[in-house]
Design a protein around this ligand. Structure first.
Ligand SMILES: Cc1cc2nc3c(=O)[nH]c(=O)nc-3n(C[C@H](O)[C@H](O)[C@H](O)COP(=O)(O)O)c2cc1C
Length: 180
C-alpha cells in the first residue's frame, strides 16, 4: 500500500497509548501515518511520542501558524487522506461528528474529507450503552462511516464491560480494507 496516507485521529481516552501500536502496525503495511490529536488527548499521550513513531508532524491546533508553505491545514489534510482512522474514538468526537460540530482540527478534517472514515470507539460501558451515543453511532453508520468495536474487556475502572478498544490487529486489518 505504498503512497497511501492514513490520518490517525487520537482522542482523549485512557486507550490513547494504543495509538503507538496502531501507528507501528500501519507503517508495517507501508502506509504513511499522519496524526491529528485533540487537545485533551495530550493529557494521555505526548505529541512527541506520536511524532517520533509516525515520522510525520503531529497536527494539534486548528489555529497553529503554517510552518512551511501556507495552506488551510484542515482542507489540505482532508484532501491528502486516503482514509481517516479515529482510534481511540471518544464519545465526544462521535457526538461532534454525528451532529455536524467542527470546533477543533480533527472534527473539521473529518467534516471536510471525501475519504472513508473509520471509528474505533473506547469508553466506559455506561457511556457506550447511553442511548444518545448509540443514536449517534447509528446515524453515522447510516451516513457511511465505519465502526470497529468496541469489544468486551477490562475497562479503565478495572471492571469488565463493553467499551474496550478493539484489538489493534483487527483495527489495522479492517482499516486497510477501506483504502481505495
Ligand atoms: C482518566 C480518564 C479516562 C477517560 N477515558 C475516556 C474514554 O476511554 N472514552 C471516552 O469517551 N472518554 C473518556 N474520558 C473523557 C474524555 O477525556 C473527555 O470527554 C474529553 O473531553 C474528550 O475530548 P476529545 O474527544 O476532544 O479528545 C476520560 C477521562 C478521564 C479523566
Amino acid at each position: 500500500m505504498k503512497n497511501k496516507n492514513i490520518i490517525l485521529g487520537v482522542t482523549a481516552s485512557i486507550a490513547a497509548y494504543k495509538a503507538c501500536d496502531i501507528i507501528r502496525r500501519l507503517k508495517e503495511r507501508d502506509l504513511s501515518v499522519t496524526v491529528i490529536m485533540t487537545k485533551d488527548a495530550e493529557e494521555f499521550i505526548t505529541p512527541l511520542t506520536l511524532q517520533t513513531l509516525s515520522g510525520n508532524k503531529v497536527h494539534r491546533g486548528m489555529f497553529d501558524l503554517a510552518s512551511e508553505e501556507y495552506n488551510v491545514e484542515h482542507v489540505s489534510l482532508a484532501d491528502k487522506a486516503d482514509a481517516i482512522l479515529v482510534a481511540p474514538a471518544t464519545a465526544n468526537i462521535i457526538g461532534k461528528v454525528a451532529n455536524g460540530l467542527c470546533d477543533d482540527l480533527l472534527s473539521c478534517v473529518i467534516m471536510a474529507t471525501k475519504a472513508p472514515v473509520v471509528f474505533a470507539p473506547a469508553m466506559n460501558d455506561g457511556m457506550y450503552s447511553n442511548k444518545i451515543l448509540q443514536d449517534n453511532i447509528a446515524k453515522l453508520k447510516n451516513a457511511g462511516y465505519k465502526f470497529i468495536g468496541p469489544i468486551k474487556g477490562k475497562l479503565a475502572n478495572g471492571k469488565m464491560g463493553i467499551g474496550h478498544l478493539a484489538e489493534v490487529d483487527t483495527i489495522v486489518k479492517e482499516t486497510a480494507t477501506v483504502i481505495k
